[in-house]
Ligand binder design. Structure first.
Ligand code: IPE
Ligand code: IPE
Ligand code: MG
Length: 240
């Protein structure tokens, strides 16, 4: 199935949206959508790393704005994240993957924080793949945090792109090549604002729990068909 894919992103991002609507369509409570959503995350992440060998995968799992949801929904989400981040399972499921959490995850319930810390520790020496997991994440906050750290370190007043990049959660990583947001919403909702600068964007109408292997394959085909120009002109149009 992968034979047609000649050009793959080196860094892919997922804004996993539509869990609630997916459940509602079935007459189920929203939390069931989150349960299936986290299950599906596992399928898609494995496929990215171990079938397509994409070295960097970023996932927007919980935004700083998501705290505005009802407590009962948050409790379910935290439970699913806690289970997902069981260190023993994680290392077994995702060999050679380093977990890098983007966002202040220490604000979550203790069990989740504990699991997250164990996975980070257990995977810290892995270099082949990295999973950036946005938990209590905001792209604007990431930039503010970078600036504040630089100020605190009293760096020279002049900062260039490379310096700023060094203070991001994605230090030493390629920028995003491709971002997939499911559910049909066409916005970034504060996702990786620096890293997204030249990414190709893709907004399939399907809800996240339904976004399966074949949808990922189609997304990657779409990526491959895009003409990335980075401000230059297309190969065929060189005559003035
Ligand atoms: C995405 O699904 C999961 C999170 C934001 C945590 P939603 O919960 O946003 O689902 P919809 O958008 O309400 O359908
Ligand atoms: C974006 O989804 C954040 C995550 C996927 C974690 P939301 O459902 O929270 O975004 P909005 O509110 O529709 O923009
Ligand atoms: Mg949503």
């Amino acid at each position: 199935m992968t034979t047609e894919l000649k050009k793959l992103p080196q860094h892919i991002g997922f804004i996993i949206d539509g869990n609630g609507r997916w459940a509602k369509e079935r007459g189920w409570p929203r939390n069931k959508g989150h349960r299936y959503g986290v299950k599906n995350l596992d399928v898609v992440i494995k496929e990215c790393f171990f079938n397509y060998h994409i070295p960097v995968v970023s996932v927007y799992a919980f935004s700083t704005e998501n705290w505005n949801r009802p407590k009962t929904e948050l409790d379910f989400l935290f439970k699913y994240f806690t289970d997902y981040l069981n260190a023993k399972d994680f290392v077994k499921k995702y060999p050679h993957v380093r977990l890098n959490i983007m966002g202040d995850y220490t604000k979550f319930p203790e069990a989740l924080v504990k699991n997250a810390k164990s996975v980070i520790e257990a995977t810290k020496n892995e270099t082949q793949f990295v999973l950036n997991l946005g938990l209590n994440y905001s792209g604007q906050d990431e930039l503010v945090r970078a600036v504040n750290t630089m100020l605190a370190e009293k760096l020279e007043p002049k900062v260039d792109r490379a310096t700023l990049q060094n203070y991001l959660y994605t230090k030493d990583q390629p920028l995003l090549d491709f971002v997939v947001r499911t559910s049909g919403e066409q916005r970034l909702s504060n996702f990786m604002l620096w890293q997204v600068s030249y990414a190709e964007l893709y907004f399939p109408k399907i809800y996240w729990p339904d976004f399966g292997k074949e949808d990922l394959y189609n997304a990657l085909l779409e990526y491959q068909s895009r003409d990335r120009r980075f401000g230059a002109i297309a190969d065929s149009g060189t005559e003035a």
